[in-house]
Design a protein around this ligand. Structure first.
Ligand SMILES: CC(C)(COP(=O)(O)OP(=O)(O)OC[C@H]1O[C@@H](n2cnc3c(N)ncnc32)[C@H](O)[C@@H]1OP(=O)(O)O)[C@@H](O)C(=O)NCCC(=O)NCCS
Length: 261
């Protein structure tokens, strides 16, 4: 990642379809972390992490549109089940602040919008448990990673990798055969994460980021059903499970369980 919000679809030639045969583990254990679909109610927590993670954060209404209107989009959140208070996002914005635009229309639309109902204690707890989020757009057999971030207080603990693995799982489930993304040329940490999962630099978008004119590297995975990709998944999964304890991906009606047990 990361695309500017109105970024164009990846420019690639069509490839012929071959059947997917990617191995994913299915061992049953209690989950310490869970990945679930992002819901509108999650946006204040997502936005708080977004602002701590990106120089050009997407406004909350961008996430609202992505979730409710974009049929190509799949957005997820990672939550810690239990023991998350110490690392809770420092502040959550009212869900009613859907636009951060300071122009007249933005201010008027905030003023005219009916007040948001108070959050239930259950929802507050759910929001505090969110430690990261990510998204893809799926176009035919390609999944374009649009965003991925873990809360700064939990970085280095496997959450970013868990989110990427969940996106991979979802991409395979919905029929994608390759994954692609843009990443800042200077973002070594994210690039290292992507390389673990066979992402390779295939091009450069010059001066892609308008805040500092930085180039974006365009990275693509090996085919998701290739031996090289499967082998990278298998090697990384075991280490990730050790790191996280255990974790579940609950997306699209299926549950995928990652375990070190
Ligand atoms: C990129 C990001 C999502 C990684 O999340 P994370 O939770 O810290 O990552 P993980 O703990 O799962 O680490 C996974 C891999 O990332 C890389 N990585 C993470 N932290 C690193 C660090 N401090 N130095 C070097 N590599 C690092 C490593 O390859 C690591 O695997 P390893 O531990 O086996 O070496 C996180 O740093 C982030 O949110 N950054 C800000 C937003 C951003 O830049 N997003 C990507 C936009 S393209």
């Amino acid at each position: 990642m990361r695309v500017a919000y109105e970024a164009a679809a990846p420019r690639v030639t069509a490839r012929k379809t071959i059947p997917a045969r990617v191995h994913l583990p299915t061992v049953k254990v209690a989950a310490a972390f869970v990945v679930e679909p992002m819901r509108i109610e999650h946006i204040p927590a997502v936005s708080a992490i977004e602002k701590l993670s990106f120089p050009q954060p997407w406004p909350q209404n961008a996430y609202r549109r992505e979730i409710s209107e974009n049929r190509m989009a799949h957005y997820i959140v990672a939550r810690r089940i239990g023991g998350y208070e110490a690392n809770a996002p420092p502040q959550l914005e009212p869900a009613s602040q859907l636009s951060q635009s300071s122009d007249l229309i933005g201010r008027l639309s905030r003023f005219l919008r009916p007040p948001e109902p108070p959050r239930s204690p259950q929802l507050d707890e759910e929001l505090r448990s969110i430690v990261g989020y990510a998204g893809i757009w799926v176009m035919t057999d390609e999944a374009h990673v649009t965003t991925i971030a873990s809360h700064p207080e939990v970085r280095g603990q496997g959450i970013g990798e868990f989110l990427l693995v969940a996106l991979i799982h979802r991409s395979i489930e919905v029929g994608a055969r390759w994954m692609t993304l843009e990443v800042r040329a200077s973002n070594d940490i994210a690039q290292r994460l992507y390389r673990k999962y066979t992402f390779k630099e295939m091009g450069v978008r010059r001066r892609y980021y308008s805040d500092n004119g930085e180039d974006a590297l365009v990275m693509w995975t090996d085919a998701l059903d290739s031996d090289s990709f499967q082998s990278a998944m298998e090697q990384n999964e075991e280490k990730l499970a050790e790191r996280l304890g255990s974790a579940e991906v609950r997306l699209g009606g299926s549950v995928w369980i990652l375990s070190n047990g």
